[in-house]
Design a protein around this ligand. Structure first.
Ligand SMILES: [Zn+2]
Length: 228
């Protein structure tokens, strides 16, 4: 560590986002104990699983996987809060890397052409300083070598999905995504990346939007966590 890093460490001690304990120099985004205990969500079949079955009636998705179980009673849910609301874009990149490595073991990346993050509205993106789904995708890109392409845009600022449930979510999400797919990205195998999948309505809407723009697109989904 440089002197500047030492001073920074002294003024702003780095803590584990899960348990709050001070991080050691060798630990970068969370403590080793919490990293080992990450609540993995085990996907056994990337072509037929609970995530896909939640979306199949709305969009044809070829593959789907996830990395973590999202449970807002667990202290691990602070990871999602941190990447969404506390400016921890580096944590999002690291989680994206870990998730991508896990998916590699399932051959999830076989034949994939690009990563497409679920977008934020311009306004939200501006205030947050980054799009957490894009940071996750960037972490995945570092492991897979795939490009991150922002093919989706979010146009209307409605009620955040986290405040709604079931039907209301689907209605709220209808028609808010738009896709512009340049020739070079047509007919490609694209992975839609998001932070949390709950009812699947956001991912389903993004998938429908991409398929309307390019019926030959082959879509996969990769939410970092699943609130099942
Ligand atoms: Zn910890």
């Amino acid at each position: 560590m440089s002197l500047l890093d030492d001073i920074k460490e002294l003024l702003l001690p780095r803590t584990c986002p899960v348990c709050g304990k001070l991080l050691m120099e060798s630990e970068d985004v969370m403590c080793a104990f919490c990293a080992i205990q990450l609540p993995r969500y085990r996907i056994l079949n990337i072509e037929d699983n609970i995530l896909l079955r939640m979306i199949w009636d709305k969009a044809d998705i070829k593959r789907g996987t996830t990395f973590l179980t999202y449970n807002h009673h667990s202290s691990y849910h602070k990871l999602i809060i941190d990447i969404k609301f506390h400016g921890k874009s580096d944590l999002a990149v690291r989680l994206g890397q870990w998730a991508a490595l896990e998916a590699k073991r399932l051959d999830f990346w076989e034949g994939v052409d690009a990563l497409v993050p679920v977008p934020l509205t311009r306004w939200r993106r501006f205030w947050r300083g980054y799009n957490q789904a894009e940071m996750l995708a960037r972490g995945m890109a570092e492991v897979t070598g795939l490009p991150v392409v922002n093919l989706l845009k979010r146009t209307k600022n409605r009620t955040p999905q986290s405040r709604l449930s079931g039907e209301a979510r689907l209605k709220n999400a209808e028609g808010i995504y738009h896709a512009t797919i340049p020739e070079e990205w047509r007919g490609k195998r694209l992975v839609i990346v998001d932070d949390v999948m709950t009812t699947g309505s956001t991912l389903a809407n993004c998938a429908q939007t991409l398929l309307e723009a390019d019926k030959d697109a082959q879509l996969c989904i990769f939410p970092l966590s699943y609130a099942g």
